[in-house]
Ligand binder design. Structure first.
Ligand SMILES: C[S@@+](CC[C@H](N)C(=O)[O-])C[C@H]1O[C@@H](n2cnc3c(N)ncnc32)[C@H](O)[C@@H]1O
Length: 215
């Protein structure tokens, strides 16, 4: 498990060799001022992914078109997994939308045809995230399911926008090799503590789904 404090956009080329990554699983900030992160992420995925690798990135519905435009330019669309925030809605005031989902966008390299390990649920009932470690934190149950479907033990998984370390914690529990970046020191220390076991592990909010199960 390699966690780095600093700007992923500056550190990535020093820390991750080209063509070595099985899965990028990440959750960049959604607001407009961070759109450059998604554009950079698309180009970075082209640099680091193995031929059969995947990029999986969370994206809010508000700017999903912008994110997909960046991704479509550099990568091949695979699927838009829908993460439903069960019983947890918020209002997108400028557009008067009562929203209760986000996307988990899945892409791979152009000219490649990789597949996940198993049949994958196109829609996942989540809780709306886990805000105990980060104000924008995702829940471990959702991350565990998709990371398990799209990578195997010993694979290299990367999260460029660690936040409170949800991806890192899941990768440790699933025996993935992992590289993560976070530019905010306080946030980084929380992710570090989760991986070191100084903070107690997050509980799965529902039974772990056996791969291949179709409920
Ligand atoms: C949406 S949050 C990630 C939340 C995470 N998925 C979790 O479950 O806790 C995005 C994070 O990316 C970090 N970030 C933004 N720009 C960054 C950059 N250029 N390099 C590294 N981290 C960055 C922010 O500080 C924030 O903690």
């Amino acid at each position: 498990m390699q966690l780095y404090l600093g700007d992923a956009l500056e550190l990535a080329t020093q820390k991750i060799a080209a063509g070595t990554v099985d899965l990028v699983y990440t959750d960049p900030p959604y607001p407009k001022e961070f759109h450059y992160c998604y554009e950079w992420l698309a180009k970075e995925a082209v640099r680091v992914l193995k031929p059969n690798g995947f990029l999986i990135a969370y994206a809010g519905p508000y700017w999903k078109d912008v994110v997909m435009n960046y991704f479509n330019e550099y990568l091949q669309y695979f699927y838009d997994f829908i993460l439903v925030h069960k019983g947890n809605t918020s209002i997108l005031w400028p557009r008067k939308i009562i929203s209760g989902y986000k996307s988990i966008l899945c892409y791979h390299l152009k000219e490649q045809k990789p597949l996940p390990k198993t049949n994958v649920l196109g829609q996942w009932d989540g809780t709306g995230g886990d805000k105990r470690f980060h104000k924008w934190g995702q829940d471990v149950t959702t991350a565990r399911y998709y990371i398990d479907c799209f990578s195997s033990e010993g694979d290299l998984v990367v999260d460029y926008f660690l936040g409170g370390g949800t991806t890192a914690e899941v990768c440790k529990r699933l025996n993935r090799n992992f590289v993560g970046f976070e530019k905010d020191a306080e946030t980084f220390n929380i992710a570090r503590a989760r991986v070191d076991g100084t903070l107690p592990p997050a509980k799965y909010s529902q039974p772990v789904m056996e791969l291949g199960a179709n409920p």
